[in-house]
Design a protein around this ligand. Sequence first.
Ligand SMILES: [Zn+2]
Length: 197
Amino acid sequence: MVEYSQILQNLEFINISTDEFTIFEWKPPRSYKSFILDLNIVKQNPVSNIFFHIFKGNMKIVHIRINNLIYTAGSNNKVQFQLLEALIEKVSVEFNVKYDIESYISYGNFSTTMVNSFNENIEDIIANFNNYDIVKELKVPCMVCNTVLPIIVKKSFIENAESYPVPLVYMHKGHAILCFIDKNYDIRGVELVNITG
Ligand SMILES: [Zn+2]
């Protein structure tokens, strides 16, 4: 059993913002780092409902814009992007269940102290992550590394797919494999793919 709560100890921050200001930010205890420059870059992306990934030095940053809010999570590079996406999906659902944030914002009398207690929700989400059963670790052989890689996928990614098998690219150590995952999370094929950018 993979201890996702343990992996999530590598988180650096979770941020929920509008285009104008940060509504909520969580950081691990004793972290005084600022991610304001990264968040400014994230905010420049106007596209909604698609997860974006940023590699930055030793960090990975994932962000998505949903309605009027931008959700961002950053970690060191020990955390796979799909796990960060699953975390953000969980965080966004809980945040919107707890707060009617869209109407707070539209009334214009929003104070960030209103959502401070969401810190406890974040701590709970991290601590209980295994119980949510929203990710799965697959074992995928890489013909370059000549080894079997543990790859984490979001269940929502497989379950909401339009057709099967679902393709997923896993970049690691300067190369990438394309794996095909069926409805039952079985690996139906693995190919080495070329990358450019
Ligand atoms: Zn490899």
